[in-house]
Design a protein around this ligand. Structure first.
Ligand SMILES: [Zn+2]
Length: 269
């Protein structure tokens, strides 16, 4: 009888212990998840919000002393080598907003840009509409467009790009915050960006630039893509007109000097 009572008592104790341990485990698990959320989940999100300031967005130069800055998007492409030759001859330091997908095909041209004093900046990996990507919630795609390009340019040049021009100029508040969090400044433009459509510098673009659009502190946008032949053929004409600016065609008879992006934004990159 005494043995039977002991066995029943032991079974009861064992059952209770199992129950206690499993309940404790639940409590521990629950506490762990609360701790994780409080101290890692929420806290990291809060810290992220505090540390991320929106990227600055530039539509023109800080300098308003009749400086004009030339920028080239979408390259490097088949005309980039000729464009670099021309810029060297004209003594112009430009800014190239390159795509990762193009840079990986023509890495030697990225190196030439840096060696010859131009600024190499990001135009995403595959010309993505960053607002669409952000609104889709696909942050993996967002990171691939931005970080893969950044990593490639770092591998090629030893420098991470600090400037970016979002394709199509598409950047909503979330995109601006994301890019600011990665240390980018966004560079839009104040003139141009129509050469990809017209391919007619002589009749469609140069008259517009010379007759007012390329005003003080202008950021001019061109496309260094597979159809840049017309641009390369007539860029010297535009530069000469900007620099000499004949009084009959412009309100700025003293001409406009071509300045670099560091001069335009008053900072080094
Ligand atoms: Zn583009």
């Amino acid at each position: 009888m005494h043995v039977a009572v002991s066995i029943v008592f032991s079974i009861f104790i064992a059952f209770y212990l199992v129950l206690f341990v499993s309940k404790s485990q639940n409590v521990i698990n629950l506490s762990s998840s609360i701790i994780f959320n409080e101290f890692f989940g929420r806290k990291s999100t809060g810290a992220l919000k505090q540390s991320v300031s929106p990227a600055s967005v530039h539509w023109g130069c800080e300098s308003l002393d009749r400086g004009v800055t030339l920028t080239f998007d979408d390259g490097p492409g088949p005309y980039t080598a000729q464009l670099l030759d021309l810029l060297k001859r004209l003594d112009i330091k430009a800014t190239f907003f390159v795509m990762g997908v193009a840079a990986i095909r023509r890495p030697e041209l990225i190196l030439r840009m840096v060696d010859e004093g131009h600024v190499v900046a990001s135009h995403t990996w595959g010309h993505a509409n960053l607002t669409d990507v952000m609104m889709s919630g696909n942050l993996t795609k967002m990171d691939a467009e931005i970080i893969d390009t950044e990593d490639l340019l770092f591998k090629l040049t030893g420098r991470r790009p600090r400037l970016i021009r979002p394709p199509y100029g598409a950047a909503n508040k979330e995109v601006v915050t994301y890019l600011g969090g990665r240390g980018y400044s966004i560079v839009m433009w104040s003139g141009g960006c129509i050469d990809w459509f017209f391919h007619d510098m002589v009749n469609k673009e140069i008259p517009v630039y010379i007759n007012g659009m390329a005003d003080a502190g202008a950021l001019l946008c061109f496309h260094d893509n597979g159809q840049a032949g017309d641009l390369v053929s007539h860029l010297e004409e535009l530069v000469t007109l900007l620099r000499t600016a004949e009084p009959r065609t412009t309100a700025n008879p003293q001409g406009r000097k071509i300045i670099s992006m560091p001069e335009c934004l008053d900072q080094e990159f």
